[in-house]
Write a protein that binds this ligand. Structure first.
Ligand SMILES: [Zn+2]
Length: 384
């Protein structure tokens, strides 16, 4: 049995009394939370810093781990996307798997205990199976042409089955509004909802995405031209991307909007009003890497949005650390209370992935992983 105390203790939802003692058994399960004085000082394992549950990374692409330092910064999303397409298969699978394992270990060392991971194929399944982390794979589907919706949906279910056979949690997920027809998104969200699964979509990562939907102009025309894909069938809606596709999501299914860099107040209002289990995932370091921009986190907080955090992939980040994402947000949005960011990093992420019975908070009977953050040095150490 271990009796942990710290300078401060955050439950996943709120700061507890500083003198709380966390009782852990040898399996890392929480036996109890006790007031100070109930344990003699000599038996206490005291830590300087903030003690809290393991981090939940709700947006990663493990399968892009081999693209670390391969893609130029600040090129904008279209050139970033084209570079990923060009380079993603340029490395043998064995090397890809090795770098995925390394990324998995990096996440464990930075206190991450569970990951929502975007997957275009099932190559990562063996790494996830062998990992100490919990993985929920989001099988990502792409097809803007509505005529391809059924076929892509069918292929997606085959990949999903491969994850399930490996004993791993998995959903289907549309890639982004600009790369998926409404028909395809409806098939995906209908399926996920019928299975009680959460879904995830990249949202408004660039200004170009809104230009594409409002006027059918901007950089995404260049993307489809570069790919040699005519998009005559696509018509501007006159609305932002999010407001265009919002009706294709299921009101009562867990839905994660990732990035939200160009979501404005009207987008936030419309989405908050339409969807009941909506989560807004921020990946600020990836936004700085690709677009050199940041989402309006202050707006999301003031509109009572439920935030989660993600690292995105090593193609667009120098590391896979949720603490690094928290520190970036703190630096750029000093008005946001630390509690809100810590809750996004733990409890909210666990709720989105549907794993709050075991993860995301310090409660009796849970084995949520235990971290201690040193706020002065900006480091994190997993304790269990
Ligand atoms: Zn992503």
């Amino acid at each position: 049995m271990r009796f942990l105390s710290a300078t401060r203790i955050f439950s996943g939802k709120e700061f507890l009394s500083d003198s709380t003692v966390l009782v852990l058994n040898t399996r890392g399960q929480i036996e109890d939370l006790l007031p100070a004085g109930s344990i003699e000082a000599g038996r206490l394992e005291h830590h300087e810093g903030i003690l809290l549950p393991g981090f939940i990374n709700t947006h990663c692409h493990l399968e892009l781990s081999h693209l670390k330092d391969r893609i130029a910064r600040h090129t904008g999303i279209v050139d970033f996307g084209l570079a990923v397409i060009r380079q993603r298969n340029a490395v043998p699978e064995e090397e890809q798997l090795e770098l995925m394992q390394q990324a998995d270990r990096e996440m464990a060392a930075s206190g991450i205990v569970a990951v929502g991971d975007i997957s275009n194929n099932a190559l990562s399944a063996s790494v996830k199976q062998a990992s100490s982390l919990y993985y929920h794979s989001f099988v990502e589907l792409i097809a803007l042409n509505p005529e391809r919706a059924e076929q892509v949906f069918g292929a997606g279910k085959t990949i999903l089955e491969a994850f399930r056979r490996a004993g791993l949690a998995a959903s289907l997920a549309p890639h982004a509004p600009y790369s998926c027809s409404k028909e395809l998104i409806r098939l995906i969200t209908g399926y996920d909802h019928s299975q009680g699964l959460p879904t995830s979509i990249h949202n408004q990562e660039s200004k170009a995405e809104n230009d594409f939907f409002i006027h059918k102009t901007g950089d995404y025309l260049r993307l489809y031209e570069s790919l040699g894909l005519p998009i005559d069938y696509f018509a501007a809606s006159g609305k932002s991307s999010l407001q265009t596709v919002l009706e294709t999501f299921q009101k009562d299914a867990g839905t994660l909007l990732v990035h939200n860099s160009f979501s404005d107040r009207s987008d936030v209002h419309a989405a908050q009003k339409t969807l009941n289990k909506l989560f807004w995932c921020l990946c600020p370091n990836a936004n700085l890497y690709i677009e050199n921009t940041l989402p309006d986190a202050g707006l999301l907080i003031s509109e009572n949005c439920t935030l989660t955090l993600g690292t995105d992939s090593l193609a667009s980040n120098s590391g896979l650390s949720i603490l690094a994402e928290i520190l970036t947000l703190q630096q750029h949005f000093p008005q946001i209370a630390p509690e809100a960011l810590l809750k996004a990093a733990t409890w909210n992420g666990a709720r989105f992935l549907g794993i709050e019975e075991h993860y995301g908070s310090l409660e009796k009977g849970k084995s949520p992983g235990i971290n201690v953050i040193d706020p002065v040095r900006g480091t994190v150490k997993p304790l269990a």
